[in-house]
Design a protein. Structure first.
Length: 416
């Protein structure tokens, strides 16, 4: 498989030892922006390979979507010292190393930041794990469901009325942490371009989702002490939902003063224009349930298509309620190319999500398909061996790098 050569991260080398979803999503984003991402898997492979796998090749849909553009290398770093040495050699030449091991597991394997930064002082080391190491939960296992629960996300779905908590029907914590990790890596790479030094980037799931959830739902708890309850009334309203029409459902968000004044006139309710309860966003937020009931009561009078025409003409945000199959066929999806055609060498024609960000000067290109387990082990290790036997590049003196590496030499001397 040829390495990616297109996009703003072309030339960047990433060793991705993450599994399941959050870490692989980060690696996918880096690959889609042009990085050469080498996915290091244990024997047996990433468990996500086998979710919905129809082929028997370890190429389930979730795995294929999250691991496009990556090369697969199998190394048994837990039980084979030779494989651990091979991974360390890859890390020594990489720009980025990412994993989602718990900190104590990484240390047990000899893959902590202190272990590998000695090999490569310019390394950006990204650790995605459950909880910040400064807290008492630092060694707890963490998955999307448990983090949704602990961070407030699940309770938020029940609303202030005390409804039953529920999970967002997507691994939102995993995907959010993957995006945060990507941002952290890119920030560290920028700083390295100034200092010449790498650093550790730590992205804990719990703290990331607490910050993500509290941003809009902290409410009066933002004051110390709190001046009232937490929450965002509009988001938590039981009437905030897709609304039923004469023939289906529609999403409508009447939001600004102009939107509401226009909407009241469209539905023949000029009396609501002068209603003091709905005068300004503060009053509307306080009385949001009454407002949303007005919307819900009137929409069944017309079909979804009729309402879309009326609301689009009035510049009021509205959208059809589509399932994933309908999204793939939507005119906007087709025109923007958000789903890319992929010719998989084993599975045949596929359509997979592409990179939604565009770069006008360094455009990206569709990434290669996900590969079977270990497809690139021999090639990647051979490349590394070839580089090690080539004439070494002479490094310009760099006092910061020399200082960063010096503690490794000291530690080794003390240990002898």
């Amino acid at each position: 498989m040829s390495r990616q050569q297109h996009g703003p991260l072309a030339g960047l080398r990433v060793i991705d030892m993450t599994t399941t979803l959050m870490g692989p999503y980060c690696g996918l984003l880096l690959a889609q922006m042009g990085a050469d991402v080498v996915k290091v898997e244990r024997p047996g492979g990433d468990v996500a390979r086998y979710i919905g796998d129809r082929s028997g090749q370890g190429l389930g849909p979730i795995y294929m979507n999250l691991n496009r553009g990556k090369r697969s290398v199998v190394l048994n770093v837990k039980d084979d010292q030779g494989d651990l040495a091979a991974l360390q050699a890859l890390i020594a030449e990489a720009d980025v190393f990412s994993h989602n091991l718990r900190p104590r597991s990484a240390a047990r394997l000899g893959l902590s930041y202190d272990d590998v930064s000695c090999l490569n002082p310019r390394l950006i080391y990204c650790s995605m794990h459950g909880f910040d190491a400064r807290g008492p939960w630092r060694d707890k296992p963490a998955y999307d469901d448990t983090v949704q629960a602990a961070s407030g996300m699940a309770a938020m779905q029940g609303g202030q009325g005390g409804g039953a908590p529920s999970y967002v029907k997507s691994p939102i914590a995993d995907k959010t942490v993957g995006v945060f990790a990507t941002a952290g890596i890119l920030a560290a790479l920028h700083e390295r371009s100034l200092s010449g030094l790498g650093q550790q980037v730590s992205v804990p799931m719990y703290e990331t989702m607490v910050a993500f959830t509290a941003m809009d739902h902290q409410g009066d708890a933002v004051y110390d002490p709190p001046l009232g309850p937490h929450g965002y009334a509009r988001m938590e309203s039981p009437d905030r939902r897709p609304y039923e029409t004469a023939d289906g459902f529609i999403a409508v968000l009447v939001y600004t003063d102009k939107h509401w004044l226009t909407f009241f006139r469209l539905i023949g309710r000029p009396d609501l224009v002068a209603d003091e309860r709905f005068n300004g966003i503060g009053g509307r937020t306080q009385h949001i349930n009454e407002l949303y009931k007005v919307v819900a009561d009137v929409l069944p009078e017309k079909t979804t298509e009729e309402w879309l025409r009326i609301l689009d003409a009035a510049d009021i945000p509205a959208a059809p309620v589509l399932n994933v199959t309908e999204v793939m066929a939507a005119a906007q999806s087709v025109a923007s190319g958000v789903f890319e055609p992929v010719d998989h060498p084993i599975l045949g024609p596929l359509r997979q999500p592409g990179m939604p960000i565009t770069f006008d000067r360094t455009p990206t290109a569709p990434v290669t398909p996900a590969v079977i387990l270990g497809a690139n082990t021999a090639d990647v290790l051979a490349e590394r061996a070839a580089r090690s036997t080539a004439s070494p590049r002479v490094r310009e003196p760099n006092n910061a790098l020399d200082r960063a590496a010096s503690h490794c030499d000291t530690d080794e001397a003390e240990g002898q």
